[in-house]
Design a protein around this ligand. Structure first.
Ligand code: ZN
Length: 174
């Protein structure tokens, strides 16, 4: 069944709960992860929600704030390792606007050891998306949208769910 699994609801400064992020699960039990929280606690949130990291092949990151972005490096590290071990099948696609893409790439190159970044641009792809660009992810057509944030550049998206309803994700703009 198609569903949204909420992994966190908190703002950047929360301690007791986790930063805002969620998974959209389609009717084939495939996942789109939307934002990654602020660190390696994302991996624990997957476990609590019974989501196998090796089944996540699509990630969207809305903006560069650390409570949305820093989980990405941990996911990268674990996925790259799982690919090396042969326990992750297929590819991982990360979608974000250009500024976020540059930061993710720099973090991988500067913070991970060479042995931890074997699959960047081979099986792990950072896809830059533009305003109003439509991309097919799982069985959804997502239209990425610049939400015209007053702080840092931030994208959301709009899609039609299998149940016919519209899902609009607007990031965390106040
Ligand atoms: Zn933010």
């Amino acid at each position: 069944m198609e569903k949204i699994i909420v992994l966190g609801t908190g703002t950047a400064s929360v301690i007791e709960n986790f930063n805002t992020c969620f998974v959209l699960e389609d009717s084939n039990k495939e996942y789109l992860l939307v934002d990654t929280g602020g660190g390696n606690r994302i991996l624990g949130q997957f476990k609590k929600a019974n989501i196998d990291l090796t089944k996540i092949h699509n990630i969207f990151i809305s903006h560069k704030h650390i409570d949305h972005l820093f989980g990405m490096l941990w996911i990268y590290r674990f996925v790259d390792l799982a690919m090396q071990k042969g326990t992750y099948e297929g590819i991982l696609n990360i979608y974000c606007h250009g500024e976020v893409a540059k930061i993710i790439r720099e973090q991988i190159h500067t913070l991970l050891r060479k042995s931890q970044q074997q699959f960047i641009d081979k099986r792990i792809f950072i896809n830059i998306v533009n305003n109003h660009e439509k991309v097919k992810i799982l069985n959804y057509e997502l239209e990425f949208l610049d939400i015209i944030s007053k702080s840092d550049k931030q994208y959301g998206f709009k899609t039609t769910l299998n149940n016919g309803k519209t899902l609009a994700f607007l990031g965390d703009e106040p």
